[in-house]
Design a protein around this ligand. Structure first.
Ligand code: DGL
Length: 263
């Protein structure tokens, strides 16, 4: 059977990867999707490489059992720790997401960029490799966003506690004279309004969502896997914790089902 009508799979440690899902489905509105929110195991960013790999394999197997034709690893931490393994061991194409330090390096005028990401991403060999490819005159200020994913998973996107925690990470970066801030975790685009409240418009905030969407389209075309039927797109979401926060951030999405299930 031709795989063109099969869905695109997505997984993340939680609800954050929906920031990527929104970009991909905006660019590819005819594609059906299955999104896996592994919220029970969030955060991934504090776990070791082997544990992250085991979780990435578990999520991949779930999506393969649902016949996904391509998987978007909508998580920087899982990408930087597991994508090489996934690509080597499964036949379908995988799209990964990495912190956008290359575009930031091309944009910065102060030659100083900030990056906010998880410990698991910043400590990964893949991140180190990517960072070594940019102009070495550029100073990259790395900050681990400890606690941010947990608050977002609780739906605390604009709370006082979130504002204070964010300010404790962002203000020191601003003092370092950065002019670009890279969001290296797919949960963080939901914090852009809160970040702008702290910094005004003085920083260019860069995330990888649109680039991932374009890459997904290019790889589908390259593998001759673009949806080509007339059926309208369906979107299934699976979450292994309470679904209320996910429901809230997807309130504008039509044609969707959200299922709480253990996996
Ligand atoms: N959304 C994940 C990422 O992009 C969050 C990782 C975590 O759960 O710590 O890295």
């Amino acid at each position: 059977m031709k795989a063109n009508q099969n869905p695109i799979g997505f997984f993340d440690s939680g609800i954050g990867g929906t920031s990527i899902w929104k970009e991909v489905t905006a660019l590819l509105p005819n594609e059906s999707t299955i999104y896996l929110s592994d919220s029970k195991n969030a955060p991934y960013g504090t776990k070791n490489k082997d544990s992250i790999l085991d979780l990435a394999i578990k999520n991949t197997e779930f999506l393969l059992n649902k016949n996904c034709k391509l998987i978007v690893v909508a998580c920087n931490t899982a990408t930087t720790n597991a994508i090489d393994y996934l690509r080597a061991n499964y036949k379908i194409p995988f799209i990964g997401i990495e912190p956008a330090i290359k575009p930031a390096a091309l944009k910065t005028k102060t030659k100083r960029i900030g990056i906010l990401a998880t410990k698991g991403t910043l400590n990964s060999a893949l991140f180190e490799k990517t960072a070594s490819t940019i102009d070495q005159q550029i100073i990259v200020k790395e900050t681990i966003g400890t606690g941010l994913v947990e608050l977002i998973e609780e739906g605390e996107i604009a709370s006082k506690e979130m504002e204070q925690l964010l300010a404790s990470y962002i203000n020191p970066l601003v003092k370092e004279n950065i002019d670009c801030l890279v969001l290296g975790c797919t949960h963080y685009p939901y914090l852009i309004p809160a970040i702008q409240k702290i910094t005004g418009n003085q920083l260019e905030i860069i995330d990888s969502g649109q680039a991932v969407a374009k890459q997904t389209k290019a790889i589908l075309q390259q593998h001759n896997l673009m949806h080509n039927g007339s059926a309208s797109a369906k979107h299934e979401f699976y979450i292994n914790k309470d679904k209320s926060v996910l429901e809230r951030i997807l309130s504008s999405v039509t044609s969707k089902t959200i299922t709480e299930t253990d996996f």
